[in-house]
Design a protein around this ligand. Sequence first.
Ligand SMILES: Nc1ncnc2c1ncn2[C@@H]1O[C@H](COP(=O)(O)OP(=O)(O)O)[C@@H](O)[C@H]1O
Ligand SMILES: [Mg+2]
Length: 260
Amino acid sequence: MGAQLRLTDLNLRFGGIKVLNDVGFEVEPGQIFGLVGPNGAGKTSLFNCISGHYRPSSGSITIDGEEVLGTAPATLARHGLARTFQHPALQLQATVLENVLLGAHTRLSGGPVEWALRLPRLARSERELRIEALTLLERNGLGWAAHRRADELSHGLHKGVELCRALLSRPKLLLLDEPAAGLPHSEVEQLIETVRRIRHDDDITVVVVEHHMGLIAALTDRVVVLDHGAKLMEGAAAEAQSDPRVIEAYIGKDAADDVA
Ligand SMILES: Nc1ncnc2c1ncn2[C@@H]1O[C@H](COP(=O)(O)OP(=O)(O)O)[C@@H](O)[C@H]1O
Ligand SMILES: [Mg+2]
């Protein structure tokens, strides 16, 4: 079952700069929710607050009703949160498969002693995880790359590897930060299909940050538009696309007047 996410009056400051200003919205279980807005609007910072990498100055973040504000990223991962990054940082010397397997550390049973002794139970679960990781790579068109070193792959493919890594943790809530950036047009269609399938097969709640409005329109049930750290509007993707305030935020006041 996908998780419910609720943000209330979230504020984030760096020194004197207000990066997030009273942001609040709610994502229902199983929704694909879009987060859009111009560069610098605060989208990645918002993700960093949800994933525990940034500590908001005030507000509330709940996952399935449980307050998670201030919880460490590793703890959140064990509670079903996974994300990809706007700028993926893979282990470049490791293989693609090894990179995907890093997503499994939240699932491996046993503590440090079991790890050290490499008990049979652990070995078995490792084998199963390898098979699962390979299956995920296959499903995402990356089976051929499993044993390549990560630094042999293009930036666009790194995003696919990160997605597989995130999925291997079997999340209830998945945050995708600009998954289509740098992808050729043909692969954006593929990505749309992949995210649809993730929602359908695995019943995961997805929040996606993206500038590619075709992807946002095709995938999302609902969007929030951020501008200068504040919520500008919330609604269906089509409403956002035709909202003069949104057009103004993206391309300036004159263009917005032309459309209105
Ligand atoms: N660690 C940080 N320290 C200082 N300022 C930051 C930090 N992270 C983000 N910011 C600032 O927050 C604002 C929003 O950035 P970001 O969240 O990356 O926007 P977006 O993802 O919407 O493009 C920017 O002005 C950025 O400089
Ligand atoms: Mg960003």
